[in-house]
Design a protein around this ligand. Structure first.
Ligand SMILES: Nc1ncnc2c1ncn2[C@@H]1O[C@H](COP(=O)(O)OP(=O)(O)OP(=O)(O)O)[C@@H](O)[C@H]1O
Ligand SMILES: Nc1ncnc2c1ncn2[C@@H]1O[C@H](COP(=O)(O)OP(=O)(O)OP(=O)(O)O)[C@@H](O)[C@H]1O
Ligand SMILES: [Mg+2]
Ligand SMILES: [Mg+2]
Lengths: 228, 228
C-alpha cells in the first residue's frame, strides 16, 4: 500500500544552515502490514511520517500510496487523497479546542456530509472503544493528557482509512490504557488495516510485525518483533 | 517543603453533573525529597500537580508550601509565590510559539529583569545539558516532539526553583533521552532539589525515593522504589 524511495527532507535555517531531517529513506508497507518506527529523539520519525502522509513535501525522492505516485500529483489534489486514504494520529494530538470530544471525533464525517445521526452513532462507538464513553461533551481543556490522546486516536479511525499513521499513540498513556489502544489497533490490523506506528516504547512496538529503526535521518536497522 | 491535606477538586459539567478529579488527597514532601506519582489515565495526577503548583484552586482542602499556607493567600499573591518557588514542566509542554528555544528557556529570567547576557549564558548552559546545544534558534514548530519537551524541562530549571513539578517529563522521549533527563533531575535532587514527578513509565519512577499511586482521584498506595 505504501512505497517510498530516496526520501530526503531538508529544513533551511538561515542563509547557510540546514537541518537534514531525512537523508535518503526507503520504505515499503504491504497492504495489511503493521510497521513500528523507532529511534532517538530528533532522528526524523515524525518527519518521515509527515512526508509519507503527504502533510509535508520531500526535498527529494518518490512516494506511492495505493498504487498512485503522490510525488507526481499536483499539490491541490493531496488533501482529497489524504482525507480518503489516511488516518493521522499526531504526536501533539491536534484537537480543535472549541469542539468537544465527540465533535472532534466526527469532524471528518461531517466534512464529508455524513448525516448528523450517523456521525453521532459512529463517533460514540469509537469513543466507547477507547474508554471515553463518559467524556463526549468535554472540551480538550477538560480532558486529561491521555484522554486527549485517545480522542485523537478515535478521530483517526472514524473514516476507516486505508492507512493509519500513528505518531507515538501511547506516549501519554499508562500501561492499561496503552494495552487497550494497542489491542484495538492490533485487532483492526488483523482485519486488514495497514498501520505505521512511531513509538519509543518497546512494549508498543512489539505489536507490529516489523520494526524499523532510524538514526540521524536514515534507516539503520530492520527486524521482526521476535528479534527485539 | 510541601504539605497538602484533604485536597478535593470538582469540575462542574452542566447543571447536575460533576467530575470529581480529586476526592480528598493528602501529600507530604520533605525538603530535598523526590516523589513519583503514578496512576491510570484520568486518575487525577495532573489535577493534583496543578493544585499543588497553585495553577488551580482546590474545591476543598489546605496547602502549605515552604512553610506558608497557600490556601490562605489572596489569589493576587500566588503568581509571585509560584514564580519564585516552583518550576513547572507541563504535560503539553506549553512553549511560546513565537519564541525560539533559547528565548523560551530564558523567559522567566527576562521577566525578572535579568540582564540579557546573563540570561543567554544560563539558557545556553541548560539547553546544552538537555542535549539541544545546536537547536537554540529553532521555533517550537521547528523542533521534534521530544526536543520541545526538553526545552520545557530546561525552562523549568532556569530559575533554580525550590520545588520542581514535572508532568510526564519523559512522555515523548526515547530511552536514551529519558536517561539523560532523569540523570539530570536526579543529580539536581542529590544537590537538594525537591521534586514531584508524574509518570506512567516505571523506569522513570524508579529514580524517585517514593512512589505514590492514584486511582479515581484518591491516593491508593505508597511505596519506596525498592518495592516496585
Ligand atoms: N477542566 C476540566 N473539566 C472537567 N473535567 C476535567 C477537567 N480537567 C480534567 N478533567 C477530568 O478530571 C479527570 C482527571 O484529570 P487529570 O488531567 O488530572 O488526569 P491524569 O491522571 O493527569 O491523566 P493522564 O494520565 O491521562 O494525563 C479526568 O478524567 C478528566 O476528564
Ligand atoms: N520545521 C523545521 N525546521 C527545522 N528543523 C526541523 C523542523 N522540524 C523538525 N526539525 C528538526 O528535524 C529533526 C527531526 O525531527 P522529527 O520531528 O522528525 O524527529 P523525531 O524523530 O520525531 O523526534 P521525537 O522522537 O523527539 O519526536 C529534529 O532534529 C528537528 O530539530
Ligand atoms: Mg516526533
Ligand atoms: Mg495528566
Amino acid at each position: 500500500i505504501l512505497r517510498a524511495r530516496g526520501l530526503v527532507k531538508r529544513y533551511p535555517m538561515g542563509t547557510d544552515n540546514c537541518v537534514n531531517a531525512l537523508r535518503g529513506v526507503d520504505l515499503d508497507l504491504r497492504r495489511g502490514g503493521f510497521l513500528a518506527l523507532m529511534g532517538p529523539s530528533g532522528s526524523g520519525k515524525s518527519t518521515l511520517l509527515n512526508v509519507v502522509g503527504t502533510l509535508d513535501q520531500p526535498s527529494e525522492g518518490r512516494l506511492w500510496l495505493d498504487g498512485r505516485e503522490l510525488t507526481k500529483e499536483p499539490n491541490s489534489r493531496l488533501p482529497d487523497i489524504r482525507r480518503r486514504l489516511i488516518g493521522f494520529i499526531f504526536q501533539g494530538f491536534n484537537l480543535i479546542p472549541s469542539l468537544n470530544a465527540l465533535e472532534n471525533v466526527v469532524l471528518p464525517l461531517r466534512y464529508e456530509g455524513s448525516p448528523k445521526s450517523e456521525a453521532r452513532r459512529r463517533g460514540t462507538e469509537l469513543l466507547e472503544m477507547v474508554g471515553l464513553g463518559d467524556r463526549f461533551h468535554h472540551l480538550p481543556t477538560e480532558l486529561s493528557g491521555g484522554e486527549q490522546q485517545r480522542v485523537a486516536i478515535a478521530r483517526a479511525l472514524v473514516m476507516k482509512p486505508a492507512l493509519i499513521l500513528a505518531d507515538e499513540p501511547t506516549g501519554e498513556l499508562d500501561s492499561t490504557s496503552s494495552r487497550l489502544i494497542m489491542e484495538l489497533l492490533s485487532g483492526l490490523n488483523q482485519q486488514g488495516q495497514s498501520l505505521i506506528l512511531v513509538t519509543h516504547d518497546p512494549t508498543t512496538a512489539a505489536y507490529a510485525e516489523r520494526i524499523v529503526r532510524m538514526r540521524d535521518g536514515l534507516i539503520v536497522d530492520e527486524e521482526g518483533p521476535a528479534e527485539v
